[in-house]
Design a protein around this ligand. Structure first.
Ligand code: GRF
Length: 199
């Protein structure tokens, strides 16, 4: 069984969705550890209440390389096969990414390459797009830029606020993240340039 390391910074609803699918057997994987870089992350409590290994590794004030070495050490300690960023609000260094080549996934609340970075839902509304969505992608050294595994489209309604739009996108995030993890841990894909081809 492949071992997941889930990195969070806050609410942790994507982590919960993954944990639900692992618990039900829909996602044949094990959650080896949940790590938060923030002490107040609600997802840490959820992890503990589910009886999972929950580790708080505060990043505040730490140099990126120093922090990332500690993070990598913690993940290796738990023998993690795949690192899943789930609302982890911190850039990772090139050194960290090299430690887990093509073994880090991220979820982003837009149809990348549109609206990378912070406040993607706000960016989508401000731009006036009619369709946005979410993306699960491999993490490389550029922000929100690695090869795309799965995307889901979400129509923007005229009366949408950031909250209503975020909520509808989140439903799709919860669906596609586990689906993407399933494909990656089963090795049912190959990466051809920027394209992830399902095999
Ligand atoms: C999600 O919208 C995710 O796409 C983004 O941060 C948010 C995290 O939400 N990267 P949660 O902590 O999983 O509830």
């Amino acid at each position: 069984m492949k071992r997941l390391g889930i990195l969070i910074s806050g609410r942790g609803s994507n982590f919960e969705a993954i944990a639900g699918n692992v618990a039900s057997g829909a996602l044949p994987a094990e959650i080896a550890v949940v790590i938060s870089n923030r002490t107040d992350a609600r997802g840490l409590e959820t992890a503990l209440s589910r009886g999972l290994n929950a580790v708080c590794l505060p990043s505040k004030g730490l140099d990126r390389e120093v922090y990332d070495r500690r993070l990598a050490a913690e993940l290796h300690k738990h023998d993690v096969d795949l690192v899943c960023l789930a609302g982890f609000m911190r850039l990772l260094s090139a050194g960290f990414i090299r430690e887990f080549p093509e073994r880090i996934l991220n979820i982003h609340p837009s149809l990348l390459p549109a609206f990378p970075g912070l406040d993607a839902q706000h960016q989508a509304l401000a731009h006036g797009v009619k369709i946005t969505g979410c993306t699960v992608h491999f993490v490389d050294e550029d922000l929100d830029a690695g090869p795309i595994v799965i995307q889901a489209a979400v129509p923007v309604r005229d009366d949408d606020t950031e909250e209503t739009l975020s909520e509808r996108i989140l439903k799709q995030e919860h669906r596609i993240y586990s689906e993407a993890i399933g494909i990656v841990i089963a090795g049912k894909y190959r990466i051809d340039g920027r394209r992830v081809i399902f095999t």
